[in-house]
Design a protein around this ligand. Structure first.
Ligand SMILES: [Zn+2]
Length: 59
């Protein structure tokens, strides 16, 4: 038997880092990043949306 059961029971999840903004842990799941990298910084999807959203929001 080879090591093919690696993809079976256990999820392929790799800790990448924490969101620069809220500190949420970002993982790479099955090669898919759980967040966004921008200029070497790491953000979760929520914060990346907020980041891009309030570009011109000067309240
Ligand atoms: Zn965040």
């Amino acid at each position: 038997m080879k090591l093919q059961n690696l993809a079976g029971g256990k999820r392929m999840e790799e800790f990448v880092g924490k969101c620069q903004k809220c500190g949420k842990e970002i993982y790479c799941e099955n090669g898919f990043l759980n967040g966004v990298t921008s200029e070497g910084n790491l953000y979760c999807f929520q914060c990346s949306e907020g980041k891009f959203a309030d570009k011109e929001d000067s309240r």
